[in-house]
Design a protein around this ligand. Structure first.
Ligand code: AHR
Length: 541
């Protein structure tokens, strides 16, 4: 866990000692630098495993998230494999996507899976009532989603319809996907072209049931959840992991009541009765979005913003730590052994779309998104004992995307680069870090300048991801850890010439990670200076 120590500038100067190679390189360029940050890496303590699923994704039928973004159809001029565009799958394979949540979002609680399984020409012409009553011809259904997962090597996380569906409908969907071909459900699947059962490891029981998924109170949802949990199972692979709908942002009452009412098979067992002690849920979700500040109705622009809006958005993203801590503290009271995962299955930057945005919730992508992603993923890594899945919203063309498309063109975003850089943390052992860093102050916003998380992979390599929130000043960083002596280190950083630099179609990618020069190791200390407004990965081998 990263712990921020109180910053005392005198102490920091005393710790810093003689100028390092990195410092002299920076000062020779006479660039103002922030005061030194110290990272104390507890390499002697094994933290929890960082679940690869923290790097999960979310895909919803919304705007061009599915249609065009993933599905173009077999007859498209855009190169595709069975209708799924090849450029997108190739980019996604590179970042090692562990799991994808589908079909929503708010869309999920109006989705009826049977609409998406017949031969495509016979599927109903649907209306996407969750997102602007747009047509949805159901061309992308269960078979296409599973094909997409297979093409990129990701696991499925299916959100079943609680809001307008039924236990029976959800149960039949799971049977359709996972039952053996000898059963009627499996035979129907086979008749539609897929004899082998699919793995469905994760099932979300509804989405935002406190809002678009049913306007439920926690008590109503608990009653619904218990019924779904009693009936939902899969017939292939490991037992299904059920994820209950959790809180919106800081709704701690929701977490309290769902943990109290839905975690246990019998919340109040009688003394001599049989009790099944396994939790009724594998995970409890949390949705938390980053705007410019804290007002849902004033999310701010995603392009052309200045330093105040940079800082306000990062201040909001930094609240992720508070959200995770406080929801986890409630969960700890009901589940001290941390059997239930906190699943942050919607997170990311959500600003106002520009007036000329080509589709709903389409956002252009800037350097600020990379910093928000790096900061958020560091927080999830540092809480890996409880956070065992997270799903950025959303994968392609919607809110904080990894990929943007425009017809046949495709670009990867700065967020994609962060996922590419951070993939080394997937499945690695967390190394606890204490971060001692000065404050970055802009207007009324005051934030730790540097955020960090660290892990050790199976080959013994140490990876430290460092985010410098300061838009102007490079940050000199000293890492202290036993076992650094005699080892080699390298680092790559994502940054840009402006805080609002955006990725553009047909232009060179301004966010390609660049090597960081001037890393020095002296005994148990490693020093380097990370660029202003950057996300850096340091590898020590
Ligand atoms: O990600 C966009 C929307 O945000 C989702 O559909 C919903 O669950 C959330 O409110």
């Amino acid at each position: 866990m990263a712990r921020r120590l109180a910053w005392v500038s005198g102490l920091a100067l005393a710790l810093s000692g003689a100028p390092t190679l990195a410092q002299s390189a920076v000062s020779s360029a006479s660039e103002a630098v922030a005061p030194r940050t110290t990272l104390l890496l507890h390499t002697d303590r094994a933290g929890p495993r960082i679940a690869p699923e923290i790097y999960g994704q979310f895909v919803e039928h919304l705007g061009r998230g599915v249609y065009e973004g993933i599905w173009v159809g077999e007859d498209s001029q855009i190169p595709n494999t069975r209708g799924i565009r090849n450029d997108v799958t190739q980019a996604l394979r590179q970042v090692k996507v562990p799991a994808i949540r589908w079909p929503g979002g708010c869309f999920a609680d109006g989705y009826h899976w049977r609409d998406g399984i017949r031969p495509r020409a016979k599927r109903p012409r649907g209306i996407n009532a969750a997102w602007g009553n747009t047509p949805d011809r159901n061309a992308f259904g269960t078979h296409e989603f599973m094909d997409f997962l297979g093409q990129i090597g990701a696991k499925s996380f299916i959100s079943v319809n609680v809001g307008s569906g039924s236990v029976r409908e959800a149960d039949e969907w799971l049977r359709y996907m996972t039952a053996p071909a000898e059963s009627s459900a499996g035979a129907e699947r086979a008749a539609n072209g897929h004899a082998a059962a699919w793995d469905v490891p994760y099932v979300g029981v509804g989405n935002e049931s406190w809002g678009c998924g049913g306007n439920m109170t926690p008590e109503t949802y608990v009653a619904q959840y218990r019924q779904y949990a009693a009936n939902l199972r899969t017939f292939h692979g490991d037992p299904v992991k059920l994820i209950a709908v959790g809180a919106d942002t800081d709704d701690y009452e929701w977490t309290e009541k769902v943990m109290a009412g839905a975690m246990k098979w019998r919340p109040n067992p009688t003394p001599l009765a049989y009790i099944d002690t396994k939790p009724l849920m594998w995970g409890l979700s949390l949705h938390f979005y980053t705007f410019t500040g804290n007002d849902w109705y004033a999310k701010g622009r995603n392009v052309g913003f200045g330093r105040d809006d940079w800082a306000k958005a990062l201040g909001r993203a930094q609240l992720t730590d508070e959200m995770v801590r406080r929801h986890s503290a409630i969960m700890d009271r009901y589940d001290p052994e941390k059997k239930v995962a906190l699943v942050v299955d919607e997170w990311g930057a959500w600003f106002n779309s520009e007036k000329d945005a080509p589709s709903a919730l389409y956002l252009e992508s800037t350097l600020r998104d990379a910093v928000i992603a790096g900061l958020s993923l560091n927080i999830f890594n540092n809480h890996a004992e409880r956070v065992r899945m997270a799903n950025i919203a959303q994968m392609v063309n919607v809110i904080q995307s990894l990929i943007l498309t425009r017809g046949k063109e495709m670009v990867v975003t700065p967020t994609w680069h962060v996922f590419d850089l951070y993939k080394v943390h997937q499945g690695a052992t967390q190394v606890p870090v204490d971060v001692d860093t000065p404050d970055y102050v802009q207007g009324t916003t005051r934030l730790p300048t540097v955020s960090a998380s660290a892990s050790r992979d199976a080959a013994g390599k140490l990876h430290v991801s460092i985010v410098n929130l300061d838009p102007d000043k490079p940050a000199p960083v000293e890492m202290v850890a036993t076992g650094l002596s005699g080892r080699r280190a390298q680092a790559s950083a994502i940054t840009a010439d402006r805080i609002d630099r955006k990725v553009e179609f047909g232009q060179p990618d301004p966010f390609l990670p660049q090597p960081v020069q001037g890393i020095a190791i002296d005994g148990d200390r490693l020093t380097l200076t990370v660029p202003a407004r950057s996300v850096t990965m340091v590898t020590v081998e």
